[in-house]
Design a binder for this molecule. Sequence first.
Ligand SMILES: O=C(O)C(=O)C[C@]1(C(=O)O)C=C[C@@H](O)C=C1
Length: 103
Amino acid sequence: MPNESATEQAAPEDLWRLRRSLDNIDTALVAMLAERFRVTRAVGQLKARHRLDAVDVAREEAKVARLREAATRAGLDEDFAEEFIRRVMAEVVRQHREIAQKG
Ligand SMILES: O=C(O)C(=O)C[C@]1(C(=O)O)C=C[C@@H](O)C=C1
């Protein structure tokens, strides 16, 4: 293929297989994130309609604690898991404020 890197051309079959697996996982992650944002947009519309604050600190902290435990059980670094979910929630809050402003 013309746009393959030199590493890809020289890669052994195992590397190809692992990379295909990674590509599938990445696609699934994006699809799940998109689904999550579809749900949070609906939450944002409800919050705007009922004049509720975009941020729910207690819920965020409970979620972080729960996900840190889930990460540990799954063998994933819990600080990474926390960083990830906090970044996602920050984007959700940004979108909720945008929804509330635009009406
Ligand atoms: O549960 C809510 O109220 C949400 O708006 C969702 C969510 C989240 O993405 O999990 C986002 C912002 C809130 O501060 C808490 C949680």
